[in-house]
Design a protein around this ligand. Sequence first.
Ligand SMILES: [Ca+2]
Ligand SMILES: [Ca+2]
Ligand SMILES: [Ca+2]
Length: 151
Amino acid sequence: MTRLTLAFALFGAMTVVPATAFAMEPYLPKSPKAFTKVDVDSNGKVTATEITPRAEKRFDRVDTDRNGAVSAAEIEASLQKAMERRRDRILADLDTNKDGAISRAELDASVDRLIAAADADRDGGVTLDEAKSYRLAKLRKPATPTGEQAN
Ligand SMILES: [Ca+2]
Ligand SMILES: [Ca+2]
Ligand SMILES: [Ca+2]
């Protein structure tokens, strides 16, 4: 893999936060952890009764003028906020000297950090399995819960 491809892969990895985390459309949990959280009565099935309150909570968060309807402008504002959060996260991860911009050297350094963090057996390369385990480990402890936090 060339360094450039790897850089793209790196940015790709950062967008791993599912789009659904910001979206107000109802969605089904896809990871075991998310499923357990939604399956409130732990019967191994998620039902409308379990999904609805979560969807309504997100709805209320987007309905900032509290008029009981989510307008295009409110959706746009919420997507805008999500984008700003993502921007800040990218900067927090990559802009190590905090000058508000990511230099190529900072990018290269973060590639090195990523490889070092994921290369479990320290052989200098990341196998698909190592990449998967690393991704899972990251998903298990997300930096900031983007989905369900209170305002
Ligand atoms: Ca509204
Ligand atoms: Ca910088
Ligand atoms: Ca390795």
